[in-house]
Write a protein that binds this ligand. Structure first.
Ligand code: NJP
Length: 240
């Protein structure tokens, strides 16, 4: 990864995405950061007050194709290019199938799956034209194995794995790398929880995921890091 590269990070208002934005800024990258709430402006202000001037905030919904196309167009107009897209925005809830409503099912698919499709589709023409680019999607450990009480969320992350694998093969001849990061439990605000509470002190930290993104994006051009799987040591999960 060289300085002066340009990244778009979705879901950067808080949690993992905010830390990814900070770590990429520290590497000298110019950033467009996306969130659906006003909090995205606060994140941009925090980054700027830490000395990272090249940050554009966008309060948009990742599932909205027109809005995401506008983000990419504005990023290219201001910063000149897009080198890296981090599809991080995501939501989750954990319920029995019969307690899950169709509205909840649609919403989680809109953000977690359509958001990844729309964001990736928006950057592809530019990346194909310049014959380089990296698309990193924050998937989940439950994109690799199933859990009870999480059917909708788990289904979205399996969908994201299928999408990313297929896209990786579609664009490798254009010098574009597509990979996923599959974390276990991470201390964030996910699923309406609190970040930094004592119960989560042994979980993965947002910075652990941000460092994996930096590794994936800064790999030598001839190398594709397909997938990074990481769990907290305390998490009991099936090891393949
Ligand atoms: O969650 P949280 P994480 N359009 O709630 C944004 C995956 N993951 O950091 O919309 C645009 O702290 C929201 O901003 P705002 C997970 O599936 C996590 O943990 O302004 N942005 C906020 O910045 C997800 O893909 C764990 O409120 C939207 C961010 O998304 C990723 O990690 C485990 C949006 C969510 O921050 C980041 O989640 C795992 C929209 N429509 C995978 N909707 C874990 N934490 O344990 C939400 O395996 N956002």
């Amino acid at each position: 990864m060289t300085t002066n590269q340009v990244a778009i990070v979705t879901g950067a208002s808080r949690g993992i995405g905010k830390e990814i934005a900070l770590q990429l800024a520290k590497k000298g990258m110019k950033l467009s950061i996306i969130g659906s709430s006003e909090d995205i402006t606060k994140t941009a202000e925090e980054l700027k007050s830490s000395g990272f001037e090249d940050v554009l905030p966008f309060q948009v919904d990742v599932a909205n194709e027109q809005q995401m196309n506008e983000v990419v167009a504005k990023t290219i107009a201001v910063f000149g290019t897009v080198d890296i897209l981090v599809n991080n925005a995501g939501i989750g809830f954990f319920k029995l199938v019969e307690e899950t409503t169709v509205e909840e099912w649609r919403k989680v698919f809109d953000v977690n799956v359509q958001g990844v499709f729309v964001g990736s589709k928006a950057v592809l023409p530019h990346m194909k034209e310049k014959r380089s680019g990296t698309i990193v999607t924050i998937s989940s450990d439950v994109g690799r194995y199933t859990i009870a009480n999480g059917s909708a969320y788990t289904a979205t992350k399996y969908a994201v794995q299928g999408f990313s694998g297929s896209l990786a093969q579609e664009v490798r001849d254009f010098g574009i790398r597509v990979g996923t990061i599959n974390p276990g439990m991470v201390d964030t605000y996910f699923n309406n929880s609190e970040q930094g509470v004592p119960e989560k002190q042994d979980w993965l930290q947002a910075n652990d995921i941000a460092e994996a993104v930096v590794y994936m994006a800064s790999a030598p051009k001839h190398m594709l890091v397909d997938q990074i799987v990481l769990h907290p040591l305390i998490q009991n999960y099936p090891i393949a």
